[in-house]
Design a protein around this ligand. Structure first.
Ligand code: AMP
Ligand code: MG
Length: 348
């Protein structure tokens, strides 16, 4: 079993660790959210950059604890209260924000992005840090019961900081949006510390601000069929590049590959799409959208992207064909020896 998350930053000729006072790029990584988080900061003294990364690492550890879906903490407490049909006081404003944002994105995506399906995610064995090979697959009757109970973000009611659900089958799992929100908060925190040119890359969820000196940042998007880089994209100002891929986190059973992204309509792991990349100013929205569009698949991603207000999308299917809206195609530079087959869609 594998738990691999990669996005590649193409920063030519620079190492992965902190650099000297003379080098304007400072890079440092730390492990959180079950992935490596890399921070790249341009043009400030090394000590200032190091302190800023320390702050981000500390903040991210705290978010990881507060938003964790199965390790003891505030979200697990809330989920227990929901299962017991209780009204729960949520002290953590970031959790309230995540619920409200998720309600919006869930509604815009016609329920394809649905963080209320925590029970489905647990049933498929994804509420664990390591994946034993031999976990039994969920029984179809158990899945059918859950589908019938139809847990939805619309079931959640918020009054001030009092949270309740009219459906006890709701169990919140913010795995599809948390890292996107974290990079938004991380970039804001860097700005507060006087840093205006940086990248935060949390395993496939990346946000940039400013530039790398006089140049835009050059970001690599992983080839979902291997370890290489499929495409590069130039990004500057405040923009997020978020990729959802079914190669990232999956399990195998009797030779069958099961994605960690679940279709809430039938309770099954999604098939057919290997990766979706979304570019958007908001990391939170880009993260939710990349997951939603993976579930939407080839037939529906364009419509769902429009409903979510997304302007740049690249979808790769199992046969390695790349689907893009024209504005995205203008930004994408393929890095593979042979350019892939590309299908251009209508504008978004
Ligand atoms: P991402 O890598 O952003 O696509 O998020 C995938 C994670 O989101 C999974 O590991 C689950 O925790 C959760 N998840 C899976 N399917 C869905 C879904 N349809 N809607 C919302 N969250 C999901
Ligand atoms: Mg996501």
């Amino acid at each position: 079993m594998y738990f691999r998350l990669f996005i590649w930053i193409l920063v030519s000729g620079l190492g992965l660790t902190g650099c000297s006072q003379h080098n304007p790029l400072y890079e440092e990584g730390f492990y959180v959210f079950g992935t490596l988080v890399n921070v790249s900061i341009w043009g400030v003294p090394t000590e200032q950059a190091r302190q800023a990364v320390d702050t981000i690492a500390h903040d991210f550890q705290s978010m990881h604890h507060r938003w964790h879906a199965w390790e003891p903490g505030p979200l697990v407490d809330l989920n227990k209260a929901i299962a017991a049909g209780q009204v729960w006081t949520v002290e953590d404003n970031s959790l309230i924000f995540l619920i409200k944002q998720s309600q919006l994105f869930s509604q815009q995506s016609e329920g394809l992005f649905n963080p209320a399906v925590g029970q489905l995610i647990r049933l498929w064995g994804f509420h664990r840090n390591e994946f034993p090979d031999d976990t039994p697959l969920p029984q179809s009757t158990t899945l059918a019961t859950l589908i019938e109970q139809a847990p939805s973000m619309a079931d959640i009611q918020i009054k001030g900081n009092q949270v309740s659900s009219r459906n006890r089958a709701v169990q919140l799992d913010f795995g599809a949006i948390a890292k996107g929100y974290a990079i938004d908060l991380g970039i804001k925190k860097l700005q507060q510390q006087g840093i205006h040119n940086a990248i935060i890359n949390a395993g496939g969820n990346l946000k940039v601000m400013g530039k790398k000196g006089t140049e835009p940042w050059r970001i690599g998007i992983r080839d979902p069929s291997g370890q290489g880089v499929l495409a590069a994209v130039l990004v500057s100002g405040e923009e997020s590049v978020v990729t959802s891929g079914n190669y990232e986190r999956f399990r195998e059973h009797k030779g069958v590959h099961y994605s960690h992204i679940i279709d809430p309509r039938n309770g099954m792991p999604v098939r057919g799409i290997t990766s979706v990349t979304v570019i958007d100013p908001s990391g939170t929205r880009a993260d939710a959208a990349a997951t939603a569009l993976t579930v939407a698949g080839l037939s529906d991603w364009h419509r769902i992207a429009q409903q979510m207000g997304i302007k740049y999308v690249m979808v790769v299917d199992e046969s390695a064909t790349v689907y893009m809206n024209p504005a995205m195609a203008k930004r994408i530079q393929f890095q593979t020896q042979q350019p892939p087959k590309v299908v251009l869609t209508d504008p978004l």
